[in-house]
Write a protein that binds this ligand. Structure first.
Ligand SMILES: [Zn+2]
Length: 155
């Protein structure tokens, strides 16, 4: 009886969970501990990535304040289709909006992104490229330059 019940919950949990966390961002976050990292995500997964990144960096000894500072200044998202830029600061703010904090004058595109759509309302893309510390990565700098986004290399 007991085993059968456990299996039921296991099944239920996996079924419910898979949809929301289709991607494991641990390897991205582990790379981010040591230097630049990038990946492509489904826009609606941004908060999962942000949470994973925060947890891993905090476990490595960084304070929340340092992490938020880095996300604000040295993380960017880019739409692979229309090349719209998502500044890290805006992406960090989405997490606060999600936590129920009212952001005064939140732009309408923030709500679009929270719902998994591109900031650009004439774009149907549901993905986003995420770059962490691209300023330390020559390869990322040139990929971004190809998308029309100039990143100043950090010496
Ligand atoms: Zn787009």
């Amino acid at each position: 009886m007991r085993a059968a019940r456990m299996n039921f919950w296991k099944l239920f949990a996996v079924k419910g969970f898979n949809k929301r966390t289709a991607t494991d961002f641990t390897s991205f976050a582990e790379n981010a501990k040591h230097g630049p990292a990038d990946c492509v995500i489904v826009i609606s997964e941004w908060l999962v990535l942000y949470e994973t990144l925060g947890k891993v960096l905090m476990n490595s000894g960084m304070t929340a304040q340092v992490i938020v500072g880095l996300v604000n200044k040295r993380l960017i998202g880019v739409c692979p289709k229309c090349r719209t830029l998502y500044p890290g600061e805006g992406l960090a703010t989405l997490s606060m909006m999600h936590d129920g904090l009212k952001i005064i004058n939140a732009p309408p595109d923030a709500y679009r992104v929270l719902e998994g759509h591109c900031r650009n309302d004439s774009c149907t893309c549901k993905k986003m490229m995420i770059f962490w510390k691209p300023d330390e990565d020559r390869n990322a700098i040139s990929r971004l330059a190809g998308l029309g986004i100039n990143v100043r290399p950090k010496v």
